[in-house]
Each structure stands twice: as C-alpha cells, then as structure tokens.
Ligand binder design. Structure first.
Ligand SMILES: Nc1ncnc2c1ncn2[C@@H]1O[C@H](COP(=O)(O)OP(=O)(O)OP(=O)(O)O)[C@@H](O)[C@H]1O
Ligand SMILES: [Mg+2]
Length: 260
C-alpha cells in the first residue's frame, strides 16, 4: 500500500481537484484506491456527492479515536475508489491532537495498523496549511504530490513547503520523497503562465510532471454535481490531462514500492 499526500499550504491551487481526479483515473486502471479527506472544509467528500448521512465516520475518528481504516472507509460512485470523509469535527482536531504524545504520528498509526490488502494506493487530500493535519499526512506518506498553480508567487510558497519536508525527513520520516510537482490552472493565453512554467522547470527539473493541468471550467463544475470531472465529462481537456497525469504517477510508483 503506497501512501501519497497531496499537499501545498497555499489555498486553492488544485489539491482537491487533483486528489479526486487522479484517484478516479488510478481506480479506472484497476488500482484499488482509498482517498482520505484530511481537510476540515471537506471538499473532496463533497466532490464525491457524500451527504451528511454518508459521513457517520470520518478522518477525525482516525486521528482522535483510534478507529480502523476499514471501519471508516465508505465506497464512492467510482468503482474501486473508497473514501474516508471529513466532517466539521476535523477543524477541532489540531487542538485535540496536542494532548496526544504521538500527535504527529496518529494518522501513520491508523494506516500502519491496517494490515489488510484492501487498497493499493492511499491518497491524502491535505488542508491549505502546514499545521498538524498536514504534518500527520507527511509522517504517514511515502511521497508527496504537489500541485503548483501557474502564477507569479508559485515558487516562493514552494520553498516553505520543501523546508517542512526536510524537517519531517530529519525528525520523523526519512523515506519521505517527492513523487512530483504538477502545474495546475495553466492558461495558454496568458504569457505569464508560460514564464512561470519555464521557471519552475528550470529550478525543479525532472520532479515536475510533463503533464500540465489546464484551466478548464468543466473541472470546476464537476464537484457541484457530486462527480469527479473524469465521470462528469471524461472528454474535456481537464479530464484528459488528469488521465495523462495519472499515467505518469503510475510510472513513478515502482520506485516508491521499492522504498516502502
Ligand atoms: N484546472 C482547473 N481549472 C479550473 N478550475 C479549477 C482547476 N483546478 C481547480 N479548479 C477550481 O479552483 C478551485 C480550487 O481548487 P481546489 O479546491 O482543487 O484547490 P485546493 O488546493 O484543494 O483548495 P484548498 O486549499 O482550499 O483546499 C475550485 O473551485 C476548483 O473547482
Ligand atoms: Mg482542497
């Protein structure tokens, strides 16, 4: 079971859209996927159309009450893709976690306790901060997938993220790697985005995925229908880009498996 955290402390860069659609594309290729919604906003849960009644159990239970993965995961409309939803409770979890001695390892503990063979890939949709929730995800993960919005300050936020990764590596999780950085909301008509994309590739090199996710209104419409874009409109350019990205992710998985 490979654990991938989708993280960037910057808000609105495409973490959740990437989690939902890469998860769906991976499931379509036969991977058994579990998505953990670790954001109190619960956007990934809403994006799959989960009602309040579907959220009896949540990632809060994993972090705070020692629940088991298999007891809190629920199926989505996508065959092969299960989710542990987020609820409002999660917004208090960071404070409640302070009471635990192993507060940075709560999620890692829940994932490690799961001995079954039920899922191949676990994707964690992180909140837009570098607080305890994201740290729990980074401690539990084999690798990070980092969406980066094509805009002027993109690289500035990234160095803060990479510093945190470095600290997590040296203190808790030496094997944590960067699976890749994906450029999102790429707009062909805007010359600045080209410039940003060139700069990011010059600085980060091969860690940047070849696939870029274009700005595409279908991607932003899909969640209001409670569906991944890949199902809402699998032919739109956004969906096609996520299928290509998932292919690149699959190509990079074997390296992680060796380390895991
Ligand atoms: N490629 C895209 N083209 C157009 N709209 C997009 C694209 N990617 C994401 N969006 C829209 O932009 C908004 C932010 O995206 P998303 O929720 O995926 O980002 P996020 O990083 O998870 O945000 P947060 O930090 O709040 O969790 C959403 O309304 C989403 O539908
Ligand atoms: Mg989000």
């Amino acid at each position: 079971m490979i654990v991938i955290a989708i993280a960037n402390q910057k808000g609105g860069v495409g973490k959740t859209t990437t989690a939902i659609n890469v998860g769906t594309a991976l499931a379509a290729t036969g991977q058994r996927v579990l998505l953990l919604d670790l954001d109190p906003q619960g956007n990934a849960s809403t994006g799959f159309g989960l009602s309040r009644a579907d959220r009896e159990h949540s990632t809060y239970d994993l972090l705070v009450t020692d629940a088991n993965l298999e007891d809190v995961a629920v199926p989505t409309k996508v065959p092969g893709l299960d989710i542990v939803p987020a609820t409002q409770d999660l917004s208090g979890a960071e404070i409640e976690l302070i009471e635990f001695e192993a507060r940075t390892h709560r999620l890692d503990g829940a994932i490690s306790r799961h001995s079954g063979q039920r899922w191949d890939v676990v994707l964690i949709d992180c909140p837009p901060s570098l607080g305890l929730l994201t740290i729990n995800a980074m401690v539990a993960a084999h690798a990070l997938l980092v969406p980066l919005q094509c805009e002027f300050f993109a690289l500035e936020g990234l160095s803060q993220l990479l510093n945190t990764v470095e600290r997590i590596r040296s203190r808790f999780n030496p094997g944590l790697s960067i699976l890749g950085v994906v450029l999102t909301m790429y707009d062909r008509r805007n010359r600045l985005t080209d410039q940003v994309s060139d700069d990011v590739r010059a600085v980060l090199g091969r860690v940047v995925f070849d696939t870029v996710i274009p700005r595409n209104v279908r991607l932003s419409e899909a969640p209001s229908h409670g569906l991944p874009a890949l199902i809402y409109d699998h032919r739109c350019v956004g969906s096609q880009a996520y299928i290509a990205l998932a292919r690149e992710v699959i190509d990079r998985l074997p390296k992680l498996k060796k380390a895991a």
